[in-house]
Design a protein around this ligand. Sequence first.
Ligand SMILES: C[S@@+](CC[C@H](N)C(=O)[O-])C[C@H]1O[C@@H](n2cnc3c(N)ncnc32)[C@H](O)[C@@H]1O
Length: 296
Amino acid sequence: MESNHIPVLIKEVVDYLHIKKQGRYIDATLGGGGHTRAICEQGARVLAMDWDKEALETARQHLLSCLPAQASPDVVFAHSNFAKITEVAKEHNFVPVDGVLFDLGISSTQLGSARGFSFTQSNLLDMRMNPQAQGVTAADLLNSLREDQLNELFSQTVPKNVAGTIARAIVRARELKKFEETRDLVAVIDRVQAGRKRSISPLALIFLALRIAVNRELENLKEGLKGAVEILGKRGRLVVISFHSGEDSIIKNFFKEQEAMDNLKILTKKPIRPSQAEIAANPRAKSAKLRIAERI
Ligand SMILES: C[S@@+](CC[C@H](N)C(=O)[O-])C[C@H]1O[C@@H](n2cnc3c(N)ncnc32)[C@H](O)[C@@H]1O
């Protein structure tokens, strides 16, 4: 699997991490390795984590071949959920740490993989980031959740009336045939939406809601942020990039709570957004929001 992921807001991430030579940084979401590489190139040490073993291995091979020989021993790789960031950091002697980066969601490489993250190609409805350890797939959720549960799940990303109609159509469709492939879900959503005027296709948003649920992304984010604050040294930076409002409001509220407890100082009153030039070069950057806080 070749990585074709372009790192988002890379200059801003490097600037705000305030990278010190020989400092210790954690990239909690290694992905294609673009941010890790940029941090290493500043002469720092990086603990790079990813929950997706395939992504981790691809990035490891790539980084070891492109980083200068003297820099490559300065990256340590860990296949782990960032919800366990405290344990992983202790295990690798990265406490206290000078900075932690979270660049949330999935990479372009994963989107193009055969795991069913995308509605543009038909694959099994899987969506697990770590298939070796996770049991429940997107197909399992579609085939087993009650209509009200599906409705609630989809309401996180689409308007309530759309969520309700799609949930009802799914329950009817599965009485005839269980959901197996992404095209089964695409067909139901297309049927429900036929003839309706809409500004944004609910397809991407329904796929997003399922991915968030399969991977318990919001729960992992809360745990990961909490763990990061525990291991950050004084004046260490917490840098978080999110791509949808559910994530961003968790980050914003977490930062506020921690500031009230004198644990963090918020450095971004409003999130930093990519420039028009970055969005033109990398459309995936469009919805990115960057928030930064400093450990007190
Ligand atoms: C947007 S990509 C990161 C891209 C990366 N910053 C780069 O420069 O290429 C997000 C990555 O986070 C990983 N990820 C998502 N949730 C995770 C979790 N709970 N723990 C660890 N890694 C996770 C995904 O597998 C994916 O590789």
